[in-house]
Design a protein around this ligand. Structure first.
Ligand SMILES: Cc1cc2nc3c(=O)[nH]c(=O)nc-3n(C[C@H](O)[C@H](O)[C@H](O)COP(=O)(O)O)c2cc1C
Ligand code: SF4
Ligand code: FES
Length: 569
């Protein structure tokens, strides 16, 4: 069967692998050979951070300076490395910033010539750069051992793919939808849309051509749970996708994974091949006459590609710019066909529900919620990582318990329940149950379960600025309120951190936030204000200290800080 994706990225990657970048004559030749207009090829190549239009330096060192890494000294690491290599010249070594590498539990993280490293010190980074400069191969990070017997795995004691094996015999596809609806399985990518309803709409949609897509783009700072699930429970995700295909009537699936997740890409590819060998994928699955093909698509990069319609555009070989919705992907998704697009964790939940039953699923949550939840915890905690918790577990149990509490004996000041999109909450709210409803009730969100913790060393204005810089950097630029609004917020907040604010700025930020919320076409622009809106709500005095009193109480911002004032006094 013909692949549902275009080959433009494969062709661009082949050129880049050969030349190190995309030379103009090669793009011309590609245009002539494929009949694709040059402007289209250029439009695509210039959109994605993965492609170089200029020859790259011999060693490109990229330091993640987003949220979790920001709390772990990434900026100091970056500036120290800039100094260390400044005499070398741009053609030899360049030290740049990069958006979240998905290693937030190993912060600070860096990428050297596209190889990611966790928990990096300045001397380690320097040694790696010198290795690459010397033309020697870069060492890979030691592989993370695969954990078995995890509680969400319904096959701890038996043969895997049991739910699928049963389904190909019973062919009770409506029954699967009924079970997902009874379990009220929410989408785990952030928005919490009911999965049973999503699959039902695709199943009932007219036409023979439909698709299933797994969203493993996971690029928001703090979000690391899908990496964990793909690493340790790949069979549940692949099984969930095959079941989605059979239930919705889709014959093809695409597993969309971010390009930095190289070990997980190999694990998923291996799992897919295993399913083909065992007759669980392809023509005539287990002799049932049913058919589903699945292939991996490695993202050319960018946080915006996690937005479902941008992701679909990327698979279609275009710039990853979100579409206007409606129509939603369930009606008009990949190649304008009905598409069931879900998050990694959502798919992994499906076999759990089908094998263990609805009562089991409901019993896993606490406080009237259902299921287990994978959460990533990073930032100022002793033991960052991914934890499997009952849905509805109070945040304190996770941050102060499982993640070991605040590092360095500092006090717990604030947390973001789901990366920059959720904004920041004070430590006093950390007892709130981690579930969709409870988090929404306090004006935040469970989102994708990306908890980032801040100790009392953090300046919340500085944290808000760091988060909005991430959105500014990752905005696709398609709509003005987001493109200009994120930059304007960065400008205003930067001014505040430098003691240049005025009282009139605060209502201006509120007004700008409201305009971005109402007029941006996708979630990035709609939520980009959250870091500062939440900080103004919960840490207003700290902001006013900067704007009105020209002091940074935490002594972080580059204005006359409280610490300096104390010394002067
Ligand atoms: C800017 C942006 C980035 C997103 N990134 C992701 C992502 O990395 N993974 C994900 O599953 N959903 C992400 N989403 C949400 C998806 O658009 C979509 O709602 C989700 O994949 C649907 O799957 P679900 O119903 O299983 O949650 C993102 C949304 C926005 C606006
Ligand atoms: S809101 Fe921002 S990221 Fe989303 S489409 Fe508009 S410009 Fe692009
Ligand atoms: S790897 Fe740096 S914030 Fe995620």
């Amino acid at each position: 069967m013909k692949s549902p994706r275009t080959e433009i990225f494969d062709q661009l990657r082949a050129i880049q692998d050969r030349f190190g970048y995309l030379p103009p004559d090669q793009l011309h030749a590609m245009s002539e050979q494929t009949g694709t207009p040059l402007y289209r090829i250029h439009g695509v190549a210039s959109f994605y951070p993965h492609f170089n239009l200029q020859p790259p330096p011999k060693v490109c060192l990229r330091v993640c300076t987003d949220m979790s890494c920001h709390t772990r000294g990434a900026e100091e690491l970056r500036s120290g490395l800039v100094q260390r290599f400044q005499g070398m010249g741009e053609a030899e070594v360049s030290v740049r910033k990069v958006s979240c590498l998905g290693q937030c539990d190993g912060a600070p993280a860096v990428a050297i010539n596209d190889v990611s490293y966790r928990d990096v010190t300045a001397s380690q980074a320097e040694a790696l750069v010198l290795t690459a400069l010397g033309g020697r191969p870069l060492p890979e990070m030691p592989p993370e051992p695969i954990q078995t017997g995890l509680s969400p795995d319904p096959y701890r004691d038996g043969v895997q793919y049991g739910a699928l094996r049963q389904l190909v015999v019973s062919k009770d596809f409506d029954g699967v939808i009924a079970q997902l609806k009874a379990a009220a399985l929410p989408g785990m990518g952030g928005a919490g849309f009911p999965t049973g309803m999503k699959w039902e709409i695709v199943r009932k949609a007219a036409g023979d051509v439909k698709y299933v897509v797994c969203n493993a783009d996971e690029s928001e700072p703090g979000t690391i749970k899908d990496r964990f699930i793909m690493h340790h429970l790949p069979h549940l995700v692949v099984e969930g996708m095959i079941i989605a295909g059979l239930v919705t009537g889709a014959k093809q699936g695409v597993f969309y994974i971010r390009h930095e997740y190289v070990p997980q890409e190999h694990i998923i590819e291996h799992e897919i091949q295993r399913c083909y060998k065992e007759g669980l994928l392809g023509e005539n699955i287990m002799g049932s006459g049913l058919h589903f093909d699945l292939e991996l698509f490695v993202s050319p990069g960018g946080y915006i590609c996690g937005e479902e319609t941008a992701l679909i555009e990327a698979i279609e070989g275009k710039r990853g710019e979100p579409r206007n919705k409606p129509p939603f992907p369930v009606i008009s998704g990949l190649w304008q066909k009905p598409t069931a697009l879900n998050n990694v964790e959502t798919f992994a939940n499906v076999p759990q529900i089908l094998v263990n039953g609805i009562d089991w699923f409901k019993a896993q949550g606490v406080g009237g919620t259902s299921g287990l939840k994978f959460v990533g915890v990073s930032g100022d905690v002793v033991n960052p990582g991914v934890f499997i918790i009952p849905m509805g577990t109070p945040g304190t149990n996770v941050m102060m318990g499982l993640a070991g509490g605040i590092r360095g004996g500092r006090k717990f000041k604030a947390f973001a329940p789901s990366g920059p999109s959720s904004g920041y909450l004070p430590a006093s709210m950390s007892d709130t149950p981690l579930d969709f409803k409870s988090m929404a009730a306090i004006g935040s969100m469970l989102g994708s379960g990306a908890i980032v913790v801040c100790s009392d060393e953090r300046c919340m204005l500085d944290m808000a600025l760091n988060s909005i810089e991430f959105f500014r950097n990752e905005s696709c630029g398609k709509c003005v309120p987001c493109r200009m609004g994120t930059q304007k917020l960065v400008d205003i907040l930067t001014g505040w951190t430098q003691g240049k604010g005025t009282a009139a700025d605060i209502p201006l930020v509120d007004e700008l936030s409201e305009a971005m919320k109402l007029a941006s076409i996708c979630g990035l622009g709609q939520f980009a204000h959250m870091p500062i809106t939440s900080v103004l709500q919960h840490f207003r005095e700290e902001v006013e200290d900067h704007v009105l009193r020209k002091r940074c109480p935490a002594g972080v911002c580059s204005m006359r800080s409280a610490r300096v004032l104390e010394v002067v006094a």
